[in-house]
Design a protein around this ligand. Structure first.
Ligand SMILES: Cc1cc2nc3c(=O)[nH]c(=O)nc-3n(C[C@H](O)[C@H](O)[C@H](O)COP(=O)(O)O)c2cc1C
Length: 176
């Protein structure tokens, strides 16, 4: 199977997730093309792919514009082939914020018109040592304060790689 993984990232965690996913799928014997939505060639040809995985992260409740534009432009093809969406956020790992994480996906589906066959709400990472002042304020006072769960202000990766592996395996089984 020929699989396209398209990802959007701002601080790099979704690139790590997409790269891990590409390696995992290749190990299962499939051909994978991994593309960053921020660096797309204008003559991108999608017809040759049998399945699509889109991964994007949330900032200020929104995915990267480059991902929204890509999905909107190709929604008919994405709807016609097996496709999966990996939504990366902090809300995904906070129990009382899971409905918020689901809202990001619901709004994305309604704005773009893409109906992924399967969706994963996946935890991202917090990298306080790499944030500038404004990023740090947003994470501390908007994202973390909204939730009742206490999170330490140390760098931390929340991504559950076993959950991701399960999700990708189920998707490949259903697509193949
Ligand atoms: C400035 C900023 C704003 C964020 N806003 C949200 C948000 O509104 N909701 C949420 O669940 N997570 C939010 N996050 C958490 C990110 O989704 C998380 O850090 C993710 O791992 C980022 O992925 P990336 O490194 O691929 O860009 C925010 C993070 C930052 C730095």
């Amino acid at each position: 199977m020929n699989v396209l993984i398209m990802y959007g990232t701002t601080e790099g965690q979704t690139r790590k997730i997409a790269t891990w996913t590409a390696t995992h799928i290749r190990e299962r014997g499939h051909h994978v093309v991994l593309l960053d939505s921020a660096a797309l060639a204008s003559d991108l040809k999608l017809e040759g792919f049998h399945a699509f995985i889109v991964a994007a992260s949330i900032h200020h409740k929104h995915y990267q514009d480059t991902i929204t534009n890509f999905v909107f432009a190709h929604r008919e093809l994405l709807n016609a082939r097996p496709s999966a969406f990996i939504s990366v956020s902090l809300s995904a790992v906070l129990e009382d914020e899971r409905p918020e994480a689901q809202k990001y996906v619901d709004r994305f589906v309604s704005v773009t018109g893409w109906q992924p066959r399967t969706t994963l709400l996946l935890g991202g990472a917090l990298r306080f040592t790499e944030y500038d002042y404004f990023q740090e304020q947003v994470v501390k006072f908007i994202v973390m304060k909204r939730s009742g769960t206490a999170i330490s202000e140390r760098d931390h990766e929340f991504t559950d790689w076993d959950v991701l592996a399960d999700f990708v395996n189920r998707f490949l089984d259903s697509a193949g």
